[in-house]
Design a protein around this ligand. Structure first.
Ligand SMILES: Cc1cc2nc3c(=O)[nH]c(=O)nc-3n(C[C@H](O)[C@H](O)[C@H](O)COP(=O)(O)OP(=O)(O)OC[C@H]3O[C@@H](n4cnc5c(N)ncnc54)[C@H](O)[C@@H]3O)c2cc1C
Length: 424
C-alpha cells in the first residue's frame, strides 16, 4: 500500500491526540493494506478477526502469536477451583485462519522498527506493515520482590500468565497435605485483573473445603484495599469461615522478600513458611512494547483514547493490558472492547471505511463459590486525556442466592461469548 504525505499527516493527527477522525485521506491504492498484530490474546485476536472479517479481504492481516494454543487467564481460577478443565480454557486459531483469512505466524516478535514499519521475528524473518497492533499483555517484574526470579517461579508460581504456570500451581495445590498453609502475595496496582487474586483465593478455599478442610489461606497484600473487597469478605465468611486471612499493605501485608528454597515469605517483619506459595509481583507492558519504544515512565503504553493509537509511534495501536487504559481496568472484557475501537480505526485508515464514536465497556465477574458469582462493571468514553468512566454498577452485599446464581450464569455466558468473539 502506498502511503501519501497527506495520509501520513492524518495518521500523525490521530497520534497527536486531535481526538476526532476525519474523512479518509487516501483513495485505496492498488495493493492491499497490511496489518500486523503482535499477540493473539483477548486484545490481539479480536482486532485480527474484526479487521479481517469486516474488510472482506481488503486488508492483509497477519497475527504473530508465540504459541499455537492460547489458554485464557480468565476462568483459569475456575480451573484451580476444579470447576473447569484446562482444555475448556484453551483455544486455537484455525477458525481465524480458515474462515476469515487471518495469517497466523506462531513465533515471537523480537523487534519493531517503527520508522521502517517492520517487525522482526525470532527466526529472523521480517514482516512489513502499514498498521501495527501491539497486544502482548503483561510482563512480570520478577525483581520487584527481593528473592523472586523466573527460576523461583518454578517453586513459587505466579500463575498470572495462563499456561504451564497455571498447571504448576494446580499440581502443587493438589499435592498439598491437609492442614497446609497456602500463601498468596497479591500485587500492587496497576495489574491485570484487579479482582483476580481474590477470586483465586475463593476458588482455592473451595477446593480446601472439599478435600483439605484443616488447611489455611494467608493473603499478603501490597495494597491497603482491593476490588470488590466487601463482596469477597462476605463470601469468605459465608463459605469458608475462618479459613482465609487477608493482611492489607498498611498492616504489614506487603511482601518484603521471598526465599524459594525454604518456601518462606517475609512481610511486616514476620516470616511465613508456606506449603504452597503463589507470588504475584508487579507488572508492566509486555516486553515487545518496551522494545518497540511504546511505553512511558509508567511502564505502560500511552494511547489516544478515541482510537487506541499509540502516542509514541505513528501507525501503531496498543490494546489490552499493555496500554494505559485510563479508568478502565486491565481485563479481557476491556481488551476486547478496546480492540473493536482499534479495528474500526485501522479499517478507516487503510480502506476509508466509516467510523463511529468510540465507546468502551467492561464487566468483571468473579466466582466466589459454585453457583455464587459477583460482578462489577462500567461504561466509558474517550476524553482528551483518558478513557473516562461514565457510570458503573457492582453486586450488593447480602444479595439472594437466586441473584448470585443468575450472575454465575451471566458469567458463563460471557466466557462462551468472548471466546467465540475472539476465536470463531
Ligand atoms: C487469574 C486471572 C483471572 C482473570 N479473570 C478475568 C475475568 O474474569 N474477566 C476478564 O475480563 N479478565 C480477566 N483476567 C484478565 C485477562 O486475562 C487479561 O486482562 C487479558 O488476557 C488481556 O488481554 P491481552 O490481549 O492484553 O493479553 P493476553 O490475553 O495475555 O494476550 C497476549 C498474547 O500475546 C502473546 N505475546 C506476548 N508477547 C509476544 C511476542 N513478543 N510475540 C508474539 N506473541 C506475544 C502472549 O503469548 C499472549 O498469548 C484475568 C487474569 C488473571 C491472571
Amino acid at each position: 500500500m502506498t502511503i501519501t504525505r497527506r495520509r501520513f499527516a492524518k495518521g500523525m493527527g490521530i497520534a497527536l491526540g486531535l481526538g476526532t477522525l476525519a474523512a479518509p485521506a487516501v483513495v485505496r491504492a492498488q495493493n492491499k493494506g497490511r496489518l500486523v498484530v503482535i499477540g493473539g490474546g483477548a486484545g490481539g485476536a479480536t482486532v485480527a478477526k474484526y479487521v479481517a472479517r469486516d474488510s472482506k479481504g481488503d486488508i492483509d492481516v497477519t497475527l504473530v502469536q508465540e504459541t499455537p494454543l492460547y489458554s485464557t487467564c480468565f476462568y483459569s481460577n475456575l480451573y484451580l477451583g476444579g470447576l473447569r478443565s484446562f482444555d475448556s480454557i484453551t483455544h486455537g486459531y484455525s477458525t481465524l485462519a480458515g474462515k476469515y483469512g487471518v495469517k497466523p505466524v506462531f513465533e515471537r516478535a523480537v523487534e519493531v522498527d517503527t520508522t521502517a514499519k517492520r517487525v522482526r521475528l525470532a527466526s529472523g524473518d521480517t514482516l512489513d506493515y502499514d498498521a501495527l497492533v501491539v497486544a502482548p499483555g503483561i510482563e512480570i517484574i520478577y525483581d520487584s520482590i527481593p528473592g523472586y526470579s523466573k527460576a523461583a517461579a518454578d517453586y513459587m508460581p505466579h500463575s498470572w500468565q495462563a499456561g504451564p504456570q497455571t498447571l504448576l500451581l494446580k499440581k502443587q495445590l493438589d499435592a498439598m497435605e491437609d492442614g497446609g498453609l497456602f500463601v498468596m502475595a497479591a500485587p500492587p496496582n496497576p495489574f491485570r485483573c484487579p479482582p483476580g487474586p481474590y477470586e483465586r483465593v475463593s476458588m482455592i478455599a473451595h477446593t480446601f473445603k472439599q478435600s483439605k478442610p484443616k488447611s489455611k489461606i494467608l493473603v499478603l497484600d501490597a495494597k491497603a484495599k482491593h476490588s470488590k473487597q466487601a463482596l469477597f469478605q462476605e463470601a469468605w465468611e459465608n463459605h469458608y469461615n475462618g479459613m482465609v486471612e487477608w493482611i492489607p499493605g498498611d498492616f504489614g501485608g506487603e511482601v518484603e522478600s521471598v526465599d524459594a528454597a525454604n518456601m518462606t515469605l517475609t512481610a511486616g517483619g514476620e516470616t511465613h513458611k508456606a506449603s504452597v506459595a503463589n507470588v504475584i509481583p508487579a507488572q508492566r507492558a509486555g516486553a515487545i512494547a518496551q522494545i518497540a519504544g511504546l511505553t512511558d515512565d509508567s511502564g505502560w503504553c500511552p494511547i489516544v483514547p478515541a482510537t487506541m493509537a499509540s502516542k509514541m509511534a505513528e501507525g501503531v495501536y496498543v490494546v489490552g493490558d499493555a496500554c494505559n487504559p485510563g479508568d478502565m481496568p486491565k481485563s479481557a472484557f476491556s481488551a476486547n472492547s478496546q480492540a473493536k475501537v482499534a479495528a474500526m480505526t485501522i479499517r478507516h485508515e487503510l480502506t476509508g471505511s466509516r467510523v463511529f464514536p468510540a465507546k468502551f465497556r467492561n464487566t468483571c465477574w468473579s466466582t466466589v463459590a459454585p453457583g455464587d458469582s459477583v460482578k462489577v462493571g462500567a461504561n466509558y468514553e474517550p476524553t482528551d486525556e483518558k478513557i473516562s468512566k461514565l457510570d458503573g454498577f457492582i453486586s450488593e452485599v447480602g444479595e439472594t442466592a437466586e441473584i448470585r446464581e443468575q450472575t454465575k450464569l451471566e458469567a458463563d455466558g460471557w466466557y462462551a461469548g468472548i471466546t467465540a468473539d475472539m476465536f470463531s
